[in-house]
Design a protein around this ligand. Structure first.
Ligand SMILES: [Zn+2]
Length: 276
């Protein structure tokens, strides 16, 4: 599932290669991927409109249009965006196609492909997303994500720390991969109750989250499942992971066997020696 680094890779490429293009028209092959049935009408109304910029909030892509509407795309489990020339055949599992005209006149198309159809696309008028976005927690790679902000995110909830890391209303953008990786780097057991964390551990965890996400972004994200960038290239971060999908293998630090347990109904990998 694409998490913050994978979605950010896509955002950066959309900003570089798609902002400034005109959406000529949109074709929806699978209405299931729309936020609601009326989005079909709204997508038909964004013909001949410029894309001005591309933003990310948590795992959500926000593509700003010149008429002030926002095209919101959530890739969820397995959605990908691919930029192709118009004359190249569509990919398998293409659910929507945005026909684009680049500023240099190149005729392109942006495909949304998704075998599982869990991803969601919608077009929103100004203000309609405000409430939804306000429900998201802080961005972990922004300067205002301080020790105090993480402490505030943990708040009064006394739950296993991994549960809190996965809660998008507490911190935006972290999923199963980077929750496990961050806790490993911080040396904190995923089942530790959040109220048992000391101030030093909270600081260490905040730094570990930043390190983990920054490293993944540098390697263009983790491709374990389907994640590809806008041009079909896989992320290179898998080789740099410490625990994710490494259960049964020796810990890269201490050599003990990486264990797998379930926390918050999610498979969780950790090193029983390195994480206390
Ligand atoms: Zn270890």
């Amino acid at each position: 599932m694409p998490e913050l680094p994978e979605v950010e890779v896509t955002r950066q490429q959309l900003q570089q290669y798609v902002a400034g293009s005109v959406i000529e028209h949109v074709e929806v092959a699978e209405p299931k991927i729309l936020d609601s049935p009326e989005m079909l009408q709204r997508l038909s109304e964004i013909s001949n409109i410029h894309i001005t910029s591309c933003e990310r909030r948590g795992k959500l892509l926000l593509i700003h249009l010149e008429n002030t509407d926002i095209l919101a795309i959530h890739r969820r489990m397995a959605g990908n965006l691919t930029l192709l020339a118009r004359n190249v055949p569509n990919e398998l599992y293409t659910r929507a196609v945005f026909y684009l005209l680049a500023p240099n006149g190149a005729e392109q198309k942006l495909l949304y492909s998704d075998p599982r159809k869990f991803g969601r696309i919608g077009v929103y008028h100004p203000g309609e997303l405000t409430q939804k976005l306000a429900l998201l927690g802080p961005e972990p790679l922004q300067d205002d994500f301080t020790d105090a902000a993480l402490k505030h995110a943990i708040g009064t909830a006394n739950r296993p720390i991994k549960t809190i890391l996965l809660d998008q209303s507490k911190i935006a953008g972290i999923g199963n991969i980077y929750a496990d990786e961050s806790l490993f780097i911080a040396g904190i057991h995923p089942e530790r109750y959040s109220h048992s964390l000391t101030d030093i551990e909270i600081h260490t965890l905040r730094m570990a989250i930043a390190t983990t996400l920054t490293s993944a972004l540098k390697h263009a994200g983790t491709t374990f499942g389907r994640h590809k960038d806008l041009f079909g290239s896989a992320g290179r971060n898998l080789d740099y992971l410490q625990v994710y999908q490494r259960d049964g293998l020796p810990c890269k630090i201490c050599g003990n066997v990486i264990q797998r347990i379930r926390v918050a109904q999610r498979s969780t990998r950790f090193c029983p020696e390195c994480q206390k």
